[in-house]
Structure formats: C-alpha cells, structure tokens
Write a protein that binds this ligand. Sequence first.
Ligand SMILES: Cc1cc2nc3c(=O)[nH]c(=O)nc-3n(C[C@H](O)[C@H](O)[C@H](O)COP(=O)(O)O)c2cc1C
Length: 181
Amino acid sequence: MKKVLMVYGTRYGSTKFTANNLAKEMRKLKLDVKVLDLKKEKWISPQGYDGLIVGVSVAMFKWAKEPVKYLKKFKKDINVPLGIFISSAMSVAERDGAIKKFIDPQMEKIGLKYDLADGFGMYSDLSKKMGFAKGILRSMVLGFSKDRGKEYKSTGINDFVHYDRIKIFAKDFAMLIKKRS
Ligand SMILES: Cc1cc2nc3c(=O)[nH]c(=O)nc-3n(C[C@H](O)[C@H](O)[C@H](O)COP(=O)(O)O)c2cc1C
C-alpha cells in the first residue's frame, strides 16, 4: 500500500476538517494516509512516504506559520509528489484566484514546486470559542450564506467546503503517486 503523509496548520479548525475529509477520500482509494496536526503533534519527515500533502490555513493574507516552517525544515527530503491545499474565504468563490494569490507566491518564497494545488473553501463551527476571529468569521459566512440562499447559523456550523474538489484532488494525487512509482 502506498503511504501518504498529510500535515496541516489550522487556526480555527477548517483546515483540520478538510484534511480529515481528504484523508477519508484517499483511504477509499487504498492509500495509507497519516494525518498530522503541526500545532499539536510531533513533526516527522516525509522521507519513507510516497507523497506529501500540506494543508494551510490562510488568515490576514498569510499562511499559518507551521506549514511554512515544516516545508522549509524538510525541503531537502521532499522528492515525492507534493500537494498543497488551502482553507480560505477567497477559495469559496474564486478557486483559481486563491491559488494564484495565496499558494504560488508563498511556494516561490520557500523555493519549492507543488505538483497539485487547490482551495477547498471553508468550514466554520461558530459554536467554538475563538476570540476576536468569531466576529470576522460571522460576517464572512453571513455573506456567503446570503449569496447562496443558505441558512446562516450564528452559533453553529456553516459549511462552505468544496467536497467535489476534495474528491478530485484525492484521485489526482493518487494518480501522481502511481505515475512516479
Ligand atoms: C482574522 C481572519 C482573517 C482572515 N483573512 C483571510 C484572508 O486574508 N483571505 C482569505 O481568503 N480568508 C481569510 N480568512 C478566512 C479564513 O481563511 C478561513 O476562516 C479559513 O477557513 C481558516 O482556516 P482554519 O480554520 O483552518 O484556520 C480570515 C479569517 C479570519 C478569522
């Protein structure tokens, strides 16, 4: 069974949610996926894995710091297919724009090339404690809810995740691994 390491950095939980969904899809494709929360768990090298996926929370136009540090730390060990996905408000409606704005420049700064990139939208659980961010998230998801005629839940889950893209990403990544081996 081919092994995939998926690491992520989340601030408010959306990247964790999408990482777990992506892992579920990849396991359906018979891949052995290890998911690692870079804020909470011990970091491991991608060496010995057949693919690496990095999930990134975007806020205030910036990546969460852990995925940046992880990619820099293990840059030399990354010689397998590399997938990057973001969780960002912009990626709810403007997937291509979000990749150009938030993924490409940061990867150039780090000095790494990805094989696959996507933005999976966002998932906001507004029942959770999160300080000042909650007001900002509320106004974002209220706007998305209005635009899409969806019910807005001021103290609950507002789901603007592109599950279709998660499935496609899983399939495309599995193909990349197959091609390289
Ligand atoms: C304080 C704050 C700033 C944000 N800034 C941006 C931004 O610059 N661009 C964007 O597309 N989304 C922005 N967002 C939306 C986040 O990208 C979105 O909530 C995402 O799901 C966060 O991922 P996480 O929950 O894994 O941390 C912002 C959200 C907050 C709360």
